[in-house]
Ligand binder design. Structure first.
Ligand SMILES: Cc1ncc(COP(=O)(O)O)c(C=O)c1O
Length: 422
């Protein structure tokens, strides 16, 4: 019987009497899946909700995919390199600091790499710890594993709770730097304070590090319990190919390889990633552009917010060699992109490719209802940003991925219209 010859669909079949949820493992039956940002199918959206890059990837990446595919796609008959061998070499060479291929494990996005870490280091007895709020996938990965999660809460300052981490009985700890969704980064010296005080496996999720002042990669040579994870989905504009990787001591990489799917990265993805990693000049250019747009809009959103000003200045003081603060006391802004005026909303000093800001309505009110209204207004105007109502430290904020100058001008104008009428 062909599909066309019947209107029956498996989703119409009655499930009563077949206890699927009872057959599934209890922790899986209880599981709430990760909620990704909306990926609308129809065109016309300004999409600033999943921190993708607003610019295309290196032309070399598309060319490498075409080359790998060839005229007839014949290479697709064959499995890819199981260990993504050439890519491991290239990634190690790209980072330097004495790293070699045996310090690299490549995954189907950094989500895959994080999943491997949870699979290898977390169980009902062995806790995995992470700060909250942060990337909301971590607790889901732990729950899939029926593992024990230990959450360490931030306060509104988003200062790194080094003492709490040092006292953690967990086997592994994931620190997101720059953090999501705040964009607040932790300096190398701060990460080293954690490493000096704590001897579990410290995983620094550096998905957004290409936009930050510092990263933890130079520490790998001295700390065998450090893992750094990276992705090509953000700064490299390759979210569609799903490539991420871990950098770590060879003993940790060998563990990850034991629990990894044999062919976890496709041929086309390996080819694209290899070409992209080699095109440093191209990516330096777009990263610099994104940072310029970010810094201009950080100032526009945050100018006049004393709280933000104080935090940024403090962050700079704590970061040796840091650039000048993002919040000068007065800013001479030329509204070439069409924005007029600053909001003066509390905005965290982001070192990522997104801005986390606390909208204020016309009467100066902030809070979850105000943030939800601003989100809905943007959405009604076909601008997608991210709203996280589930945590008190995020519920009054919006996370806006840094887009092109034109996209950011549209956000600014739309929020100005909202604020005037709110
Ligand atoms: C902090 C953080 N880590 C990891 C990821 C996952 O990236 P990938 O696309 O490589 O799976 C994201 C994606 O948004 C993220 O925000």
């Amino acid at each position: 019987m062909t599909a066309a010859s019947t209107s029956f669909s498996t989703s119409d079949a009655p499930s009563a009497g077949v206890p699927i949820d009872d057959l599934a493992l209890p922790h899986v039956a209880r599981l709430h899946a990760y909620t990704p940002g909306l990926q609308p199918d129809e065109p016309g959206w300004i999409k600033l909700n999943t921190n993708e890059c607003p610019y295309p990837p290196s032309p070399r990446a598309a060319e490498a995919v075409r080359r790998e595919l060839g005229a007839d796609g014949a290479s697709l008959r064959l499995y890819p390199s199981p260990a993504s061998a050439a890519l491991r070499e290239a990634i190690a060479a790209h980072h330097g600091h004495g790293l070699r291929a045996e310090n690299v494990c490549v995954g189907n996005g950094s989500d895959d790499v994080l999943n491997l870490l949870v699979r290898a280091f977390c169980s009902p007895e062995a806790a995995l710890s992470f700060t909250v709020p942060s990337y909301s996938l971590y607790p889901v990965l732990v729950a899939i594993q029926d593992g024990r999660a230990e959450e360490i809460g931030f306060e509104r300052t988003m200062r790194l709770p080094v003492e709490k981490i040092a006292a953690s009985p967990a086997r592994a700890f994931i620190l997101t730097s720059p953090n999501a969704p705040t964009g607040v980064a932790f300096g190398r010296a701060e990460i080293e304070r954690v490493l000096a005080a704590w001897h579990g496996l410290l995983v620094v999720d550096e998905a957004y590090a290409p936009f930050a002042r510092e990263d933890a990669v130079p520490l790998l040579a001295r700390y065998p319990n450090l893992v750094v994870t990276r992705t090509l989905s953000k700064a490299h504009a390759l979210a569609g190919i799903r490539v991420g990787y871990a950098l770590a001591h060879p003993a940790t990489i060998a563990i990850l390889d034991r629990v990894r799917d044999s062919y976890n990265v496709s041929r086309l993805s390996q080819a694209a990633a290899l070409a992209a990693i080699g095109d440093t000049a191209y990516y330096d250019g777009i990263i610099a552009k994104i940072k310029r747009t970010r810094d201009r809009h950080l100032a526009l959103f945050g100018q006049g917010s004393n709280e933000a000003c104080k935090m940024e200045n403090e962050a700079c003081r704590n970061t040796p060699g840091a650039a000048a603060p993002h919040y000068p006391l007065s800013i001479h802004h030329s509204s070439s992109a069409g924005e007029t005026g600053a909001f003066g909303w509390f905005t965290y000093p982001s070192q990522a490719n997104f801005i986390f800001t606390e909208p204020r309505d016309a009467r100066g009110k902030t809070g979850p209802a105000v943030a939800a209204a601003a989100y809905e207004h943007l959405r009604a105007n076909k601008i997608l940003v991210r709203y996280f109502p589930g945590h008190p430290l995020t519920a009054s904020f919006l996370r806006i991925s840094v887009g092109t100058d034109a996209e950011m001008a549209a956000v600014h104008q739309s929020l100005q219209a909202w604020q005037t009428n709110a």
